[in-house]
Design a protein around this ligand. Sequence first.
Ligand code: GLN
Length: 486
Amino acid sequence: MIEKTVAELSVALASGDISSVELTQAYLNRIAELNTELNAFITVCDESALDQARAADAARANGEAGALLGIPMAHKDIFCTQGISTTCGSRMLQNFVSPYDATVVKRFKAAGAVTLGKTNMDEFAMGSSNENSFFGPVRNPWDTNRVPGGSSGGSAAAVAAGLCAMATGTDTGGSIRQPAAFCGITGFKPSYGRVSRWGMIAFASSLDQAGTLCQSAEDAALMMNVMAGLDSKDSTSIDRDVEDYTATLDDSLDGLKIGIPRQHFAQGLNAEVEQAIRDALREYEKLGATIKEIDLPNNHLSVSAYYVVAPAEASANLSRYDGVRYGYRCENPLDLEDMYKRSRSEGFGDEVKRRIMVGTYALSAGYYDAYYRKAQKIRRLIKNDFNAAFEEVDIIVGPTSPHTAFKLGAKSDPVAMYLEDIYTIAANLAGLPAISIPGGMVNGLPIGLHLVGNDFAEAKVLNIAHQFQQQTGWHRRKPSAFTQEG
Ligand code: GLN
């Protein structure tokens, strides 16, 4: 049962083949058995999950329906959950229990989904390997000596290993798509503003976007039907009709124009990954698409611009953790200044401190124009490149990552880690919807196919991803050590 997609589980629940309590118990058993090895969950909510499952079964017996009613899920530990700890992967928030639910969490609850627990992540969502978590690294179910990607690595590993049916994640520069690629699952980042950020702990507010980690584009559509929409509590959320994202999944791709950016097939891309991506593109041709090379001439500036904008915004967002109002406070401070200093020095990990220093520097008087303003200008150029590209093509396709999952500890240089997001960051800078879907295998490890759509074209992106998944079986592959039989 745990290998089924959300869409399939939904049918099984509706027909009475299985109850939500049975399903929830099955996942809780998997978590109890496998989480020590994977470290995908920081918090597991056995009792409340079973309570919610019983409520879902009762609601169904009362004639209620809904695609996610009774489906067991996990939330990345960046989403505030009332009464359950929300750590953001940090010592700073190790003991923080939120008095409210994030809007995303509230919407899944209202749809009757069951919360199994909170997933591990890089501290404050900063990282690409999940090695920056205060709660220790997450391991990749395909090879436990390798990283699952980050920062939503706990959610990705949990879905890939069958510890939950679906999970939430957040993506500021690639944190949904890169772990989805490394773990062989589907990871969708909607357009900026499509899903509310309220109650989602802020990293870089102009880039952060909530999204989905699950087994298929169809499941992502089911999740989006619940998550998307205006929220008066988030002033950047968009007042725009929410489509039924499942309605157009089966649309034909005949005549679809795919653009492949020359810049994504250049130096640095592993040759076997490139071959797998080119094979995947051939599948699209069979579906009636035409493929055309395009240019994203400023793409090479995206990582540099991001590592000015994101740390700058992070330095402002993280100033609230001062030992007074939230989170960790040091022992026996000498005075107020000592308390600020030591609470922050002890509460934050190295990568978070690095970003706060870079961001504070970039925003300081005299440097603002040289760094922050310049980065914002590059951001506009990157957006203009996409606008020009979407005059010619419907979707932009390439690899999610230049390589497959790397070994734990393999990237100790921060800049090497920053380059992980070379193909994903531009979509955040431009606010565009993007998805990573399993696109092939290289040496026993999954690779991600990356699709970027135009503003608010989430339905189209999901349709194009779904058609590929109807045609190929890559998203059905499971890590053998973590299959139910394995
Ligand atoms: N890896 C990028 C970073 O470390 C992106 C993280 C994210 O999307 N949250 O900032």
